[in-house]
Design a binder for this molecule. Structure first.
Ligand code: ADP
Ligand code: MG
Length: 677
């Protein structure tokens, strides 16, 4: 059986099995699916096609007895002269004195190593007696632990394939194999371990990638379905007329994209399933307005609403604007970590009694003693900054609240359908009319004085600026010190009528409040800050954003910071001060200057940095695939996604015996807690 211990494979003893356990290989099945992390392709090319300093493989006949020299204590140098295409090639091997016995004049050898085209010389890293059978040889490379070597691992995998290979049964319906021209499951596994040629490798990889994606997407689609069907009775009967007149309160007309997203969300709220939706839109695209309307809709259905945001500044800002917007329509309260105990008790009681209609807050909202009377809608802003657990806690507070996640980090399509594959997605892909594009410049540090003069000029004509202070370490303390230093430097540099403010995460909430308020009222013209102003903050009169050490930020974060300006009708500027050390860093700065479109930027950032880095370290929920790479293999991902949607919608897993194997496999997944029937 495939699920028996690896110890049952011939050639694996106690110690070997223990080392395999270190590699998370416990069963025969684990062993068979322990795949190479890369393949070295040894291809024998004509001498004329070898590239200087490349790793190459050549085959030739040894011309003379190799010469061996010792130097230092244990070091040696073995030199062969090899005839390749009637050219005498010098081959140098370091510290392989033992090879002298094996290699004699007249022998044919295959040598792999670094090629020096000028001296016609190869520095050998690998050698073998005899010629390579095919002109191309593919060597799988496994990552190994303990005493396990690639050689030993290949041997036992080969043994396992011989004794257990027939038990690797097909899980895909036959039509998929023929339609997509995929090799059978067993063949694919075998060829991934022992590929004979590139074509085989390519097709077996293709098969494995598709299978990984399909299983994952099926799981996501099933989860989505389970979410939707898990609850009944949260159909929020909101008052359409009231909602319409609420929309009239805004001083602007909603964009088409806002209207479309709003409709999708309201439809979810009206229906009986639990909404689990992601609303994404670039900074300033008007998500908050949509959120406010949805919260209001929930109130007209007699329910409470909650808005959770990542920082206190943002919570306070939302609180103020929502209070203004709702006026007499709702009892809106703010709950953050800095609310005093007495007021907090009062708020907690008010929420439980249902006297508070709408609560805005930070993590403080998800503490155990915060209970709701009847929570209808939860909106989580900048949701990628919250852990999966925190999101779940809030969602589980009410009976079955509808949940809307909002993000201004445009999530590339590939990530949206993997990391958030179990969600529905609404997208605001259009900016309110009349916005001027922010002009982005990338400069070196020696331009700093010119930048300050540029700021003075604009401030004197009534505008305001942000300066994001240098990032030295990812440590709060040093960053704050930087902000403080810069703040003093600027006070000295600027004429006295230009007021400079300082903002960072360690300031007490009331001071932060006061600073932001002064900035919003233009009592402060230049705000020096750490990245705490990153999200949400809205001061339309600010037109200049200067970011120090820009190369140290992710593009998504830079884009967020840039989004703090360009909110009014004046031309705005984002100035990136950066001295990137490598090409990728330079490329990233250039991208920032080339596009203001968050979605485009996100795609390009993803391609440059890979999915792991995209959200920063906090992000969880990005699945790991063995072979598949969701950026590189995005087409397979989309195909698998479409197929999974079809399979789930048509209920093929339960209705069609061709899908029985897939179903069996999915039912072993601990996340899909219920049986599929
Ligand atoms: P987001 O939350 O997506 O960053 P906001 O909702 O804060 O964006 O909107 C940014 C600014 O644009 C706010 O000042 C808001 O009042 C304004 N705004 C929102 N929607 C529109 C619209 N349809 N037309 C004009 N201005 C709008
Ligand atoms: Mg609903």
């Amino acid at each position: 059986m495939l699920n028996e211990s690896v110890k049952n494979v011939k050639g694996i003893g106690e110690k070997f099995a223990e080392d395999l356990n270190l590699m998370n290989v416990y069963t025969v099945e684990d062993l068979l699916h322990y795949l190479p992390y890369k393949y070295d392709v040894l291809e024998i090319l004509p001498l004329s096609e070898l590239i200087h300093e490349d790793k190459v493989t050549i085959v030739g006949r040894i011309l003379y007895e190799p010469s061996l020299n010792f130097y230092g204590r244990k070091k040696s140098r073995l030199v062969l002269t090899v005839d390749v295409e009637n050219v005498a090639i010098k081959a140098v091997m370091f510290n392989r004195a033992f090879a002298k016995k094996q290699l004699n004049a007249g022998d044919i050898v295959t040598l792999t190593g670094k090629w020096d085209a000028h001296r016609l010389q190869i520095t050998v890293s690998n050698y073998r007696k005899g010629a390579q059978e095919d002109s191309t040889e593919i060597q799988p490379m496994y990552s190994v632990k303990g005493d396990v070597t690639n050689y030993r691992l290949k041997k036992v995998i080969s043994q396992a394939l011989k004794d257990y290979g027939d038990q690797i049964t097909e899980i895909l319906p036959v039509s998929y194999l023929t339609d997509y021209k995929l090799p059978a499951r067993k063949d694919a596994v075998e060829m991934l371990h022992f590929p004979q040629n590139r074509v085989q490798l390519k097709h077996s990889r293709r098969r494995y990638i598709y299978e990984e994606f399909l299983l994952f997407q099926l799981k996501m689609q099933l989860l989505r379905k389970q979410h939707r069907e898990a609850t009944e009775g949260n159909a929020q009967e909101y008052d359409v007329e009231k909602v319409d007149s609420f929309i009239e309160r805004f001083p602007f007309k909603l964009t088409n994209a806002q209207n479309a997203s709003l409709e999708e969300i309201l439809l979810d709220m009206r229906s009986s399933y639990r909404m689990n939706r992601l609303l994404q839109g670039d900074v300033g695209s008007g998500k908050t307005a949509v959120a406010a309307i949805c919260l209001y809709a929930s109130l007209t259905a007699g329910k409470q609403g909650a808005l959770m945001v990542p920082t206190e500044i943002l919570a306070e800002q939302h609180y103020q604007s929502l209070q203004e917007l709702f006026g007499e329509l709702a009892n809106v309260r703010l709950l953050t970590g800095s609310v005093k105990a007495k007021e907090r008790r009062e708020i907690v009681a008010g929420l439980e009694a249902g006297e508070i209609d709408l609560i805005i807050g930070t993590h403080a909202l998800i503490q155990d003693d915060v209970l709701f009377h009847d929570l209808g809608l939860v909106i989580v802003d900048e949701q990628h900054r919250f852990g999966v657990e925190q999101r779940r806690t809030l969602r589980d507070k009410g009976l079955h609240p509808d949940v809307l996640f909002m993000t201004a980090t445009p999530i590339p399509r590939t990530l949206a359908i993997t990391a958030f594959g179990d969600m529905d997605v609404s997208q605001i892909n259009e900016m309110p009319a009349g916005r001027k594009e922010v002009e982005t410049l990338w400069v070196k540090e020696n331009m700093f004085e010119r930048i300050l003069n540029f700021i003075i000029k604009h401030v004197q004509s009534g505008e305001q600026a942000y300066l994001i202070s240098p990032l030295i370490e990812e440590s709060d303390k040093l960053d704050i010190q930087n902000a403080v230093d810069l703040y003093h430097q600027l006070i000295e540099f600027f004429p006295p009528e230009i007021k400079v403010g300082l903002m960072h995460g360690r300031l007490p909430a009331d001071e932060k409040d006061a600073v932001m308020k002064d900035y919003a009222e233009n009592k402060i013209q230049v705000l020096v800050s750490t990245t705490v102003v990153e999200v949400g903050v809205n001061v339309p009169n600010a037109t200049i954003m200067v970011i120090y050490d820009a190369e140290r930020f992710g593009l998504a974060q830079l884009h967020q910071l840039r989004g703090r300006v360009g909110r009014g009708d004046k031309q705005s500027y984002c100035i990136l001060i950066a001295e990137p050390k490598n090409e990728v860093g330079k490329e990233r700065m250039s991208i920032m200057t080339e596009t203001n479109n968050g979605f485009e930027l996100a795609e390009r950032d993803l391609q440059l940095r890979g999915p792991g880095d995209f959200f920063g370290r906090k992000q969880s929920g990005i699945p790991e695939f063995k072979v598949a790479d969701m950026v590189h293999d995005y087409r397979a991902l989309e195909t698998a996604r479409n197929d999974a949607t079809f399979i789930v919608n048509q209920e093929l897993l339960t209705n069609d015996s061709e899908y029985a194997k897939l179903r069996e496999l999915l039912e072993t997944d601990p996340d899909l807690h219920t049986k599929l029937d």
